[in-house]
Design a protein. Structure first.
Length: 451
C-alpha cells in the first residue's frame, strides 16, 4: 500500500501523537504529506511546522478535493461516519488506518517493536537515538522527538512504538520485540485484565512462532509468566534471574551496569534519571547490542540522550522547578513522582494531575489513590472526557479521586480546570517548589500561566 507509485499522502488526525510523528517520517521517506485535524492546540504541532508539513484545521470534503491524495491514513480515533472518511469512500481514494500504515513499514524493513503498558515512548526514542549511529535506521515514536531521524538515508532498521490500544498489535510484523510491562489499562476497550494481557500474549507468541525474538522486563510478573523459558525470549531487569542483569545503580538513579553471563557488557551514565528510565535504557542498550551496535557507541548515546517531550520534561520557569509528564496510569504517576523525590529530596513537590478518561479513572481509582504519596500536595482537575465517553453512564468525578488520595493519608485538593489550578499555584505555593503537571490531556498548558 505504501508503494513508490504513491506520492501524495493525507493524514486524518495529523496532530495526534503517533500521527504527527508518522507524518514527519513519511515526509523524510520522500512522500508529499498533508492532513487535517481540529483547531485545538496540540504540543505535537511544533514538529509539523518545523518539518514544513501543511495541514487544515477543520475537517471537510473540500480539503480532499483540493489536495487530491493518492492515499489517506486515518487515526483510529475516528470512525466510519467521520466527515472526511465518508468523503474518501465516495471519492474512491485508498484509505488505511494508522496501525495498518505502520504495519506496512514494519514488513519492509528489519523492525523492532517496543510494546508494553509503560515506557514505550522513551525506550523507542532511546533505541532510535542509539541506532542513529549507523545511519541506517528510522524511528517512529508517540511524541515529539526532534533529535531522531535527522540524517535520513535508505534505512535497514525500523524502530517503532507499538501501541496495544484497540489491539493495534495485530497489524505489526517486526523481527524483534521489546516488552516493557503488562499492566491493565484502557478499560474502555479491554473489559478485563485478562483481555488486555491476551493481546500481548498473542503478539509475542506470533513473533516467536515466526522466528523473531522478544526481550522482556523480568520484573513484570505477567510478562515473565508469558515468556520465561521460551526459546528466543530473553529478559532484562533488576531480578537476579535476568539474562541481562541491571546492577551498580547510582544513588542519583542515572547510572548503572548490565551483566550478562557473569560479565559486564554495559556501563553507562544517563542524560535522564529515575529507576523507570534505567529500565528503559537497559532494554534499549541490550537490543542495540543485539543488532550489532558497539558497546562504546551505546554508552556514548545513552549518556547524551536528554529525553523527549512530555516525559519528565524540564520546563523553563522563573519561579518554580517546573516539570511536565505524560503519565496517565497509576504506575506511571508513581514512577515519575519517585524519580522527582529522589532528585529533589528536600523540595516541596506539587503534582497537578489531569485524570484521563472516565473509564480509566473509575477502574483504577484505588491504584490512583495510592500513587501520589511522594508529592507534598496533589491538585486534581476535572476528568478529561474523550468524545467516545461523552454519552456513557460512567459515574465518577475528580472529587472521588481526591477522597481516595486523602484516604491514603496524602494531601489533595480539587481545582476544576487549568486556570484555577494555575491561580492556586501562583497564590498558594511557595516559590522554588517543584511543580509537576502530569496527564495525557493538555495539562502541559498550565506552565504558560505560572512562569
Amino acid at each position: 500500500m505504501l508503494s513508490r507509485d504513491i506520492r501524495k499522502i493525507y493524514l486524518i488526525g495529523i496532530k495526534g501523537t503517533g500521527m504527527s510523528s508518522l507524518a514527519v517520517l513519511l515526509k523524510k521517506m520522500g512522500y508529499k504529506v498533508t492532513g487535517s485535524d481540529t483547531a485545538e492546540k496540540f504540543f505535537t504541532e511544533s514538529q509539523l511546522v518545523k518539518n514544513k508539513i501543511p495541514y487544515f484545521e477543520g475537517f471537510s470534503r473540500k480539503n480532499l478535493e483540493r489536495v487530491k491524495p493518492e492515499l489517506t491514513i486515518a487515526s483510529t480515533a475516528y470512525q466510519e461516519d467521520h466527515e472526511e472518511i465518508t468523503a474518501i469512500r465516495q471519492l474512491g481514494i485508498k484509505i488505511i488506518s494508522y496501525p495498518q500504515a505502520v504495519g506496512e513499514i514494519s514488513k519492509t524493513l528489519e523492525s523492532v517493536a517496543i510494546c508494553g503498558s509503560h515506557g514505550k515512548t522513551t525506550t523507542t526514542s532511546m533505541l532510535g537515538w542509539i541506532m542513529q549511529t549507523n545511519s541506517q535506521s528510522v524511528t517512529l515514536t508517540g511524541t515529539v522527538a526532534d533529535q531522531l531521524n535527522k540524517e535520513f538515508r535508505p534505512p535497514k532498521f525500523f524502530i517503532f512504538e507499538a501501541d496495544e490500544y484497540q489491539n493495534k498489535l495485530q497489524y505489526y510484523s517486526p523481527a524483534n520485540v521489546i516488552l516493557t510491562s503488562v499492566d491493565y489499562d484502557h478499560p474502555d476497550f479491554f473489559k478485563t485484565p485478562a483481555a488486555y494481557a491476551k493481546v500481548f500474549k498473542d503478539f509475542t507468541s506470533r513473533i516467536l512462532k515466526n522466528n523473531g525474538s522478544v526481550l522482556f522486563n523480568s520484573g513484570d510478573t505477567l510478562a515473565r509468566k508469558m515468556l520465561a523459558g521460551q526459546k528466543c525470549a530473553q529478559s532484562y531487569g533488576f531480578r537476579k534471574s535476568s539474562d541481562y542483569l541491571i546492577t551498580g545503580v547510582s544513588p542519583e538513579l542515572n547510572a548503572f551496569l548490565i551483566n550478562h553471563r557473569g560479565k559486564t557488557i554495559l556501563k553507562t551514565k544517563l542524560g535522564v534519571y529515575g529507576r523507570h528510565n534505567i529500565l528503559n535504557a537497559a532494554a534499549a542498550g541490550v537490543m542495540a547490542m543485539r543488532l550489532g551496535i558497539k558497546r562504546s557507541m551505546i554508552e556514548k548515546s545513552l549518556a547524551t540522550f536528554t529525553g523527549v517531550r512530555r516525559r519528565l520534561e524540564s520546563i523553563p520557569s522563573k519561579n518554580f522547578i517546573a516539570v511536565d509528564d505524560y503519565g496517565h496510569h497509576p504506575t506511571e504517576v508513581k514512577a515519575a513522582l519517585v524519580a522527582l523525590r529522589n532528585k529533589y529530596p528536600t523540595k516541596n513537590i506539587v503534582a497537578v494531575f489531569h485524570p484521563h478518561t472516565l473509564s480509566r479513572t473509575k477502574a483504577l481509582l484505588k491504584e490512583f489513590g495510592a500513587s501520589f504519596d511522594h508529592a507534598d500536595l496533589t491538585i486534581i482537575l476535572d476528568i478529561f472526557i474523550p468524545n467516545r465517553e461523552k454519552n456513557t453512564n460512567i459515574k465518577i468525578h475528580a472529587k472521588d479521586l481526591v477522597k481516595e488520595i486523602q484516604r491514603n493519608k496524602a494531601k489533595a485538593i480539587y481545582q476544576p480546570n487549568i486556570n484555577d489550578a494555575a491561580d492556586y499555584v501562583k497564590q498558594g505555593v511557595k516559590k522554588g517548589s517543584v511543580i509537576m503537571t502530569i496527564g495525557a490531556g493538555d495539562i502541559w498548558k498550565m506552565h504558560e500561566l505560572i512562569r
